[in-house]
Design a protein around this ligand. Structure first.
Ligand code: FES
Length: 173
């Protein structure tokens, strides 16, 4: 019985091998894109939004905004030290969804500890480590707003979100 199946298995194997080779050829270096969502599948890109001028952001003073739509509260904060994913002249400006990944309560930034805290069930997130969940009821990191800095006019732009905004089944608008 197994020998009768062999030709079909061989042909299936050859088909799969050629498909993989074709796929690699199509997705080779020339096909690569530098958009954030192509690099990280957890990133959803949206229309560009000017969050504000970098020079107007004071250290540890959060700036509230909504992105990618009016129902999605976010905050940007200048941490005063260079961090991963930080933008601006000092690479220290980051932004996150303000909606806790546990049940959607609004988080706030605590300057004394440089943490994003949720008062509902005491989850805590680290803005210096891309919104990593530190403690509490939340089991997911806080979604991070991907920012870009345009030095020509000193503006900080929101361009994408990494992670699923609380309460949504997808990040699609
Ligand atoms: Fe934030 Fe529960 S909603 S910890």
């Amino acid at each position: 019985m197994a020998r009768e199946d062999a030709p079909a298995d061989d042909s299936r194997r050859r088909f799969l091998q050629s498909s993989i080779v074709s796929g690699l050829a199509i997705a080779g270096p020339g096909a690569a894109s530098d958009s954030a969502s192509d690099i990280d599948p957890a990133v959803s890109t949206y229309p560009d939004l000017v969050v504000g001028k970098a020079a107007r952001l004071a250290i540890n003073q959060p700036l509230l905004f909504t992105y990618p739509d009016a129902a999605s509260a976010c905050l940007a904060v200048k941490l005063g030290r260079r961090v991963p994913d930080g933008v601006g002249p000092d690479l220290d400006i980051v932004a996150f969804s303000s909606m806790c990944s546990h049940m959607g309560c609004l988080v706030s930034y605590e300057a004394a500890t440089a943490r994003l805290k949720c008062a509902c069930h005491f989850s805590m997130f680290d803005p210096e480590k891309s919104g990593q969940m530190i403690i509490g009821q939340a089991t997911q990191n806080l979604p991070q707003v991907i920012l870009e800095y345009r030095a020509a006019d000193d503006t900080v732009h929101a361009v994408a979100i990494r992670g699923l905004i609380y309460g949504r089944q997808t990040n699609l608008l």
